[in-house]
Design a protein around this ligand. Structure first.
Ligand SMILES: [Zn+2]
Length: 119
């Protein structure tokens, strides 16, 4: 696999574009996805349960961001009530904010694991 393939697929994922052609948009609403690419026809949900990997991506990113924020606060002896008051809402907000990119990055990971001809 060439580096250009990897970067193309990752950048397309970050831009919420079709991983195959990079032109078709993934979302028609805030959380509503198109079934297939409007440009190349690629079906986004490859099989039943395909988005389980996106849930994993979202979980890992949420945990990393929350840990990066909360652990330094805890190390500075921040009162526990303040930590919970700040940390618990993060565990709800981050997955909601990252939901769209979790799905698109999951498709990028799928393309990296199962190389497909790009257009
Ligand atoms: Zn496409």
């Amino acid at each position: 696999m060439k580096d250009t393939y990897l970067w193309k697929v990752v950048i397309r994922g970050l831009l919420l574009r079709c991983p195959r052609c990079g032109r078709g948009k993934l979302y028609k609403g805030v959380y509503k996805m198109y079934d297939r690419c409007s440009h190349c026809g690629w079906v986004f949900e490859r099989e039943e349960g395909y988005w389980t990997g996106a849930i994993g991506v979202n979980l890992v990113v949420t945990e990393l961001i929350a840990a990066a924020i909360v652990i330094p606060l805890a190390a500075r002896q921040t009162p526990p009530l303040l930590l919970y008051g700040f940390g618990l809402p993060l565990m709800v907000l981050i997955p909601l904010l990252f939901y769209r990119h979790a799905k698109s990055l999951w498709m990028s990971i799928d393309f990296i694991l199962h190389p497909t001809e790009l257009r």
